[in-house]
Design a protein around this ligand. Structure first.
Ligand SMILES: [Zn+2]
Length: 335
């Protein structure tokens, strides 16, 4: 039986779910149901992205621990999907006809993230390096990864230039060997798998971004507390993308057993075209899914293309009077 594994992005639970999240989840539910009707063995995953300074701050403001706070917010998402007629099973529970729900505060997720990182580190893709960026001392938050002057978008104060020793991922090793080159692991991946990014005009955007050359990225932070601890360095936590993206693997059993659970072996590993693994996302997070994510996987599992997703599908946004809906603009519709 052919396998089909589809994921929504994991949502940031600093507020209740809005109609944009419902849109993505409903689209994926339609696809999951369609594939089941076609006789596929389907796994369908959603979840919540529960780390980071914004949630830590919101929890403090509510007088709760971050764990208590995110657990409460998580419930709002589970309840909404059930209200929309999508039955949910929260990790580690699951069944064939329910939406699986992973949350990044689950201890198994830390195992997954650290495992993927340690493999990349053993293969030489992680190194300590000085990070420079703009930081708001008042709000204790990273404002910008650039050294250019920037104001904090919470308090409006000019952010200070900080520098700290943290860990970098060798993203440049996956780009072309020289700018505008046609070689390298990512461009070969796109060439061999023209459906890796859909629709095709998004594939073109990703390809030209990679062709222009890639810079290494910082993947840990020293001043954050609410995050997954860095292996062997208690002063650092993982920063955003390793943590968030790896949830797609945790949700299907990557942390269970040394090589993942039987379900992980079944749905994740794309053996001889027997399974499809589709990440449905909004276009704003395309670069992270189509560039960072395959690079993180190739760094951990070099020469194992069956570990890579089949397709990253970037959809558009729901607009309200020609404006993107967003909490800061105050034009959000709640489903
Ligand atoms: Zn500030």
């Amino acid at each position: 039986m052919k396998k089909f594994y589809i994921t929504t992005p994991i949502y940031y639970p600093n507020a209740r779910p809005h109609v944009g999240s419902a849109y993505t989840t409903i689209v994926c539910d339609v696809l999951a149901r369609y594939k089941r009707m076609c006789g596929y063995d389907v796994a369908f995953l959603t979840g919540t992205d529960e780390h980071g300074e914004k949630l830590e701050r919101a929890a403090a403001a509510a007088g709760q621990s971050p764990s208590e706070f995110v657990a409460e917010k998580r419930k709002l998402f589970v309840e909404l999907w059930e209200k929309l007629g999508i039955p949910v099973k929260v990790y580690p529970e699951s069944d064939q006809n329910s939406l699986r729900f992973i949350y990044t505060d689950h201890p198994d997720h830390a195992i997954s993230v650290q495992r993927l990182l340690i493999r990349a580190r053993e293969n030489g893709f992680i190194y300590p390096h000085r990070y420079e960026g703009r930081y708001c001392i008042h709000d204790e938050r990273y404002v910008s990864d650039s050294t250019e002057p920037a104001n904090c978008d919470i308090c409006g104060r000019p952010a200070e230039l900080i520098s700290e020793e943290n860990y970098f991922f060798r993203l440049s090793a996956f780009g072309p060997t020289k700018p505008d080159g046609d070689d390298g692991l990512l461009l070969s991946l796109y060439r061999d798998n023209p459906n890796f990014v859909q629709p095709s005009y998004r594939m073109n955007e990703v390809r030209s971004f990679v062709k222009s050359g890639l810079r290494d990225i910082s993947v840990s932070r020293k001043r954050l507390k609410w995050g997954i601890p860095w292996p062997d360095d208690p002063e650092q936590v993982f920063y955003v993308w390793y943590d968030a993206l790896t949830s797609y693997m945790t949700g299907i059993g990557y942390a269970l057993g040394e090589n993942g659970s039987a379900e992980f072996q079944k749905y994740w590993r794309n053996k001889a075209g027997e399974s499809e693994l589709v990440h449905m996302i909004g276009k704003d997070i395309l670069r992270f899914h189509a560039v960072y994510w395959p690079a993180f996987i190739m760094a951990a599992y070099p020469g194992q293309p069956e570990m890579l997703p089949t397709t990253v599908f970037a959809h558009g946004w729901i607009y309200y009077e020609q404006d993107k809906m967003s909490k800061s603009k105050g034009n959000v519709v709640y489903p």
